[in-house]
Design a binder for this molecule. Structure first.
Ligand code: PRP
Ligand code: URA
Length: 211
């Protein structure tokens, strides 16, 4: 592994749902629904360290001391296209988060990522950004996306994906050791076509019913 911190979220619900989307018999509708659920469960874990402050609340019974979120604001950054399948799940839990988009595709021959679109909230330097993409294969797309965010002033970035290859985790954590990486499963590796094994196939195609 590389130099950064890596957390494998091996919660039983996440693992169970991952098996459903790995199954090649799972169609687009169910794939999309279950990917959304996995993203929500992962967001629950990834937000464990959010800061709280004291507040007062009037319940129907008394006025009581309570806790409310404080600290840095959040942003969610899907890497298009497949990252879009994880946005709703995260935003359901963090409705105040802003969403930035970064378009990136892998050249099918070289596996090199190509950036084609970027639109970020103007205050990304003040936000904790959660970059989401279901797949971390060679790591090229995630590395280039995070390069682009840092170039625009982002300083606090987490990366969240469902299925990762060890090659991608090493490349990402070597290049960006300050970025904490959260994954649902660490698979065996990459095949000669650049697919994660066992993986789940092409996440974008399975989410959107293309190919
Ligand atoms: C997939 C995936 C990641 C990338 C991972 O996207 O969603 O962005 O590949 O591979 P890497 O770690 O080797 O860069 P893809 O390029 O297939 O585009 P899509 O989301 O538009 O389908
Ligand atoms: N991108 C995908 O969607 N799947 C893989 O297995 C590798 C990269």
């Amino acid at each position: 592994m590389g130099k950064g911190k890596v957390t494998v979220m091996d919660h039983p619900l996440i693992q169970h749902k991952l098996t459903i989307i790995r199954d090649k018999a799972t169609g687009t509708k169910v794939f999309r629904e279950v990917a959304d659920e996995i993203a929500m469960l992962m967001a629950y874990e990834i937000t464990r360290d959010l800061e709280l402050e004291d507040t007062m609340v009037e319940t129907p019974v008394v006025t009581a001391k309570a806790k409310t979120l404080t600290g840095k604001k959040l942003g969610v950054v899907p890497i298009l296209r497949a990252g879009l399948g994880m946005v709703e799940g995260v935003v359901k839990l963090i409705p105040a988060a802003k969403v930035g988009h970064i378009g990136m595709y892998r050249d099918e021959k070289t596996f090199e990522p190509v950036e084609y679109f970027i639109k970020m909230p103007s205050d990304i330097n003040e936000r904790t950004l959660i970059v989401v993409d279901p797949m971390l294969a060679t790591g090229g797309s995630a590395i280039l996306a995070i390069d682009a965010l840092k170039k625009r002033g982002a300083t606090n970035i987490k990366f969240m994906c469902m299925v990762a290859a060890p090659e991608g985790v090493k490349a990402l954590t070597d290049k960006h050791p300050d970025v904490d990486v959260f994954i649902a499963a660490l698979d065996e590796g990459l095949n000669e076509d650049g697919y994660i094994v066992p993986g789940l196939g092409d996440a974008g195609d399975r989410l959107f019913g293309t190919k």
